[in-house]
Design a protein around this ligand. Structure first.
Ligand code: C2E
Ligand code: MG
Ligand code: MG
Length: 711
């Protein structure tokens, strides 16, 4: 806002062909504290004006001659100079001369001889006037709260940028920045705090880009940055990353820390639009995409986005009335205990029964509802509906199991959230132990201190507390320890490939052991197959939720399932343990049969797999002692497969079947510990039997050692 506060000495240019009168006037004005220049003719005047940009011009060239008029005209022709007030001085006292001067744009006309006092007063008046205009001009182009350029000035600058870029074949990036959940800050902490946050954001944004770039505020919590001369996308991406980081830094208002993040969408000239309007519109569309993708990120504009945006607008409109029209329903998904196989809880999942679109999934409308400030109401509705359902099922002797409700961040961080929960429980007559609240890991770590406070209050109330989607956020374990929780839900992204992917299994193992050390239960989300189930149960996971048992179903279907007392069969709750299990893996059925024949006399259970995928499933559901695997298989080599198995089931003894051509790789694999022994094709029956016998002996021995070391 430098322009507003600078103290500046006004500069006056005197154009006078008579040096004596010029000297007298300039002496008087200098005595008043003005900076004064004197020139004798029009040509010098123009040069001087370009050089020093005076605040006012006193124009006195004998007669209002052609020269004087020409100069005034050329001054008024350039926008920068047009605003400089000109005081015309002339001996001519006729109306026509005065009118001519005023028509040229002069602000005043003094006839000679004039009194210095009068000249001074008039000059002071016009300078004051000019300051006011300057200020208004600044205001017209700037936002009053933050001092940043406003929409008008932005459009102006963007137009110039586009013109320039067109001519010199340059690229311009337009980034649309919107603060995440600013409405929440404003509503819960008050507008004054909201304003402070905006002022701070306005201070930070320009520090993330070059001085020559434009940072503007469009209004509300929307900002636009125009980045000129973007040689490649990396430069833009770096700038956006700086912005994300800078905005995510805590903002201190009245001594307390406020955290916000922003979502950014951008478009490029020329590929995403050739005019200002399109560029802004498309950057805005990309910004919405960033919001939908979970906020605190940036997105490029692409063509599909346009269609997406139209759909979104329509969705937003119908969402506004959905609660009143009673279009929301809850579906319920059972949580099953992995020791007993019994249903031990339910999760209420929100569905929007849209008149034309049918059932809309929560991920399609919850971010939107949060954005337009509806999520608190909708969330409250869901909690109330779940509690009513709870009461109904308890009274109807359908079941008496805790029902979990998901809580969005906007709900959780609202001031009176604990009171709301208390009210809902009282209203519906449900005891706190029958209600479970799920908050996402990301949310819980956004502001861990507040989270501890709210969770403690809720815990004192007696409701059960769950951290949802664990593994997706950046949990600080020292905070997690302080959260009064009952359960952690392992995010389904780790469950999806748990039987094939060593990393996913390792993470699941780590989450389970960490949770158990904090005396928390672990629920695996999104369990879809028997192998995932068996493996999770084997690794000590406490509960599962997923389509393998039941997807989220309507209240009637859920009641049916509960009344039937449907449960998971015990024999699926873990890997099958029998004596000596051998797994044979080969894509050729012939080879599998041949090995089996060679092993005829061997006393063991034999499992056969034609592909790595099948083998992973068998391993997840069966305790396998020894694996014999072919090196040459489509999709995944034997060594790659066995390397994974080594990390997932380290005790399994792994043997590879290879041809002579594979000698090098096989040797490496043995050295790396992925493979215990190798067998050359074609194998000798006696040798095969001997190796397998040894392998089982090793397996059993290792197992005994392990038990001994644990004991
Ligand atoms: P969430 O709380 O993690 O819920 C689990 C999601 O996984 C549900 O998706 C559920 O239908 C889905 N799911 C369950 N089993 C399987 C499976 O075997 N495979 C796969 N692929 N998915 C499975 P849904 O119902 O679409 O809900 C998505 C998210 O929306 C929820 O994730 C939750 O974060 C949010 N949500 C749902 N209802 C509410 C609500 O009432 N309030 C709030 N704030 N958020 C809600
Ligand atoms: Mg949940
Ligand atoms: Mg979840």
């Amino acid at each position: 806002m430098g322009e507003l506060v600078d103290v500046k000495i006004d500069a006056i240019l005197i154009v006078d062909d008579s040096s004596s009168s010029a000297e007298a006037l300039s002496g008087m004005l200098a005595g008043q504290g003005y900076t004064v220049w004197v020139v004798a003719d029009g040509a010098q005047a123009l040069r001087e004006i370009e050089l020093h940009a005076p605040d006012l011009i006193v124009f006195d060239i004998g007669q209002p001659d052609a020269d004087g008029f020409a100069i005034c005209q050329s001054l008024k022709a350039t926008p920068r100079n047009a605003e400089i007030p000109i005081v015309y001085v002339s001996a001519a006292n006729d109306t026509a001369s005065k009118v001519a001067a005023f028509e040229l744009g002069c602000v005043d006309y003094l006839t000679k001889p004039y009194a210095f006092d009068e000249m001074l007063v008039r000059i002071q008046f016009h300078l004051k006037q000019k300051h006011v205009y300057d200020l208004l001009g600044f205001r017209a182009g700037h936002d009053a709260l933050t001092g940043l350029p406003n929409r008008n000035l932005l459009i102006d600058r963007l137009q110039q940028a586009v013109k320039h870029a067109e001519r010199y074949e340059r690229r311009v990036a337009v980034a649309y920045i919107d603060l995440d959940k600013f409405k929440f800050i404003n509503d819960s902490l008050g507008h004054e705090v909201g304003d402070q946050v905006l002022v701070e954001v306005a201070r930070r944004l320009p520090l993330c880009v070059r001085d020559s770039d434009t940072v503007a505020r469009l209004g509300g919590d929307e900002f636009v940055v125009v980045l000129y001369d973007q040689a490649n996308e990396d430069i833009t991406v770096n700038a956006m990353q700086r912005i994300l980081h800078s905005i995510a830094e805590p903002i201190v208002v009245n001594g307390s820390e406020i955290r916000t993040t922003c979502s950014i969408g951008f478009s490029f000239f020329p590929q995403d639009g050739l005019d200002v309007e399109t560029l802004l519109k498309n950057a805005d569309a990309a910004m919405y995409r960033a919001k939908e993708l979970g906020r605190n990120n940036f997105q490029f504009f692409t063509d599909e986005l346009t269609a997406h945006i139209n759909e979104r607008v329509a969705l937003e409109q119908s969402l506004r009335g959905a609660l009143e029209r009673g279009e929301f329903v809850l579906h319920y998904q059972p949580k099953v205990d992995l020791r007993s196989g019994k249903v031990v809880g339910l999760e209420a999942l929100l569905r929007w029964n849209h008149p034309t679109l049918g059932m809309v999934a929560p991920l399609r409308f919850i971010p939107l509802a949060e954005e337009i400030g509806l999520m608190q109401q909708i969330g409250l509705w869901a909690m109330r509906a779940a509690c009513r359902q709870q009461k109904e099922w308890q009274q109807g002797k359908v079941a008496d199991l805790p029902i979990a409700v998901n809580i969005s961040s906007l709900q959780f961080l609202q001031n009176d959230f604990t009171d709301l929960v208390t009210t809902v429980l009282q209203e519906t007559g449900v005891s706190p132990q029958s209600l479970e609240l799920e908050i996402s890991e990301t949310l819980s770590m956004q502001d861990p201190h507040s989270t501890i406070r709210v969770l403690t209050a809720l815990r004192n109330l007696g409701v059960r507390l769950v951290v949802d989607d664990f593994g997706t956020g950046y949990t600080n374990l020292s905070f997690l320890k302080q959260f009064p929780l009952d359960t952690i839900k392992l995010h389904q992204s780790f469950v999806r490939d748990i039987e094939r992917n060593p990393e996913d299994l390792a993470i699941s193992d780590a989450v389970i052991s960490m949770a158990h050390s904090l005396h928390l239960r672990v629920t695996a989300e999104g369990v879809e197959s028997g192998s995932q189930l068996a493996l999770l149960a084997d690794r000590g996971c406490d509960e599962m939720q997923g389509n393998y048992f039941s997807a989220a179903v309507s209240d009637e279907q859920c009641a049916e399932l509960l009344l039937e007392q449907r449960s998971l069969p015990m024999d699926r709750l873990g890997r099958k343990h029998t004596v000596r299990t051998l797994l044979l893996v080969d894509d050729e059925a012939k080879v599998l049969s041949a090995i089996e024949r060679s092993l005829n006399a061997q006393a063991c259970r034999i499992l056969r797999a034609r592909s790595a995928v099948d083998a992973f499933d068998l391993l997840a559901t069966n305790e396998v002692g020894v694996i014999v695997c072919d090196q040459r298989m489509p999709k995944m080599t034997g060594i790659e497969f066995l390397s994974r198995i080594r990390r997932m089931y380290p005790r399994t003894v792994r043997i590879i079947l290879s041809g002579h051509a594979d000698v090098g790789v096989v040797a490496d694999a043995i050295n790396l510990g992925a493979v215990y022994k190798f067998l050359n094709k074609p194998w000798e029956q006696a040798e095969l039997c001997k190796i397998i016998e040894e392998a089982f002996a090793k397996y059993e021995n290792d197992r005994l050692m392990e038990i001994a070391s644990i004991g």
